[in-house]
Design a protein around this ligand. Structure first.
Ligand code: FES
Length: 253
């Protein structure tokens, strides 16, 4: 029975047949002038994900390691990180697919806060700018707003974005100029522009047409390693009238 104020400790890890070597880029703004690499060993069971290895380090080796995670099932988008040079969700990627040594870094293009945590505010500011919510005109309806399946299908892919920022954090244009709206914002603008119930497509298109909008995208020149997304890989697949330049979407399958 736990006493008041006592912290729960996870059970000790089960014996394991193999281990994985983690090279993790660490940075503590209160102590470190620059980021640096540290190396850890973690057990590797069949079916383990990178998040399991990070938990092992955090719980049993070095409690100061900082990273975000919440759902652990590829839903919340908290744990996007750069894994062996490609942005992935730590809770979705299997250790068996990463080799015996795994390099783990924060995603690029956003200010580094601590260890694997970046400041997401610039990303969400850009997202908010395209008004990612339904805008309608006229009187309040007396029943739900119905929509035929074929109209719903037009934006089905872009409803699946989980705002993990893996796509935006792998965008070279965004790395050099954070004013660019970035792929996730384009994806979420698309979701409402092509919604037949919405009436503000023109306003969103004006925003996307601007200096920092879709025409800065150079996706067709991206190397394959930078266009990877943690879930489905749709880079270059969603050419639409609104993007004119398309999106790199980490939408759920
Ligand atoms: Fe929620 Fe990975 S922890 S998506």
């Amino acid at each position: 029975m736990f006493q008041r104020g006592q912290r729960a400790q996870p059970d000790a890890p089960a014996p394991t047949a193999g281990t994985v070597r983690l090279r993790i880029r660490r940075y503590d703004p209160d102590r470190d002038p620059e980021p640096h690499w540290e190396t850890y060993q973690a057990p590797r069971q069949p079916g383990d994900r990178l998040l399991d290895a990070l938990h092992h380090v955090k719980w049993y080796v070095d409690g100061s390691l900082s990273f975000r995670r919440s759902c652990a099932h590829g839903v919340c988008g908290s744990d996007a990180m750069r894994v062996n040079g490609v942005n992935r969700l730590a809770c979705k990627v299997l250790l068996k697919d990463l080799g015996d040594e795994v390099r783990v870094e924060p995603i690029q293009g956003l200010p580094l806060a601590k260890d694997l945590i970046v400041d997401m505010e610039p990303f969400f500011a850009s997202y908010r700018a395209v008004m990612p919510y339904l805008i309608t005109a006229g009187h309040e309806p007396t029943r739900e707003r119905l929509q035929p399946p074929e109209q719903r299908d037009r934006y089905d892919d872009t409803t699946k974005c989980i705002l993990c920022a893996a796509c935006t954090g792998s965008c070279p244009v965004y790395w050099v100029d954070g004013r660019y709206v970035g792929p996730a914002t384009i994806v979420n603008a698309h979701r409402f522009i092509f919604d037949s119930r919405d009436t503000a497509a023109g306003v969103r298109l004006e925003i996307l047409k601007g200096r920092d909008g879709v025409f800065r995208c150079r996706i067709r020149r991206w190397p394959a390693s930078n266009s990877s997304s943690p879930k489905t890989r749709r880079a270059g697949a969603a050419r639409t009238p609104c993007t004119g330049a398309t999106s790199t979407c980490c939408a759920r399958p």
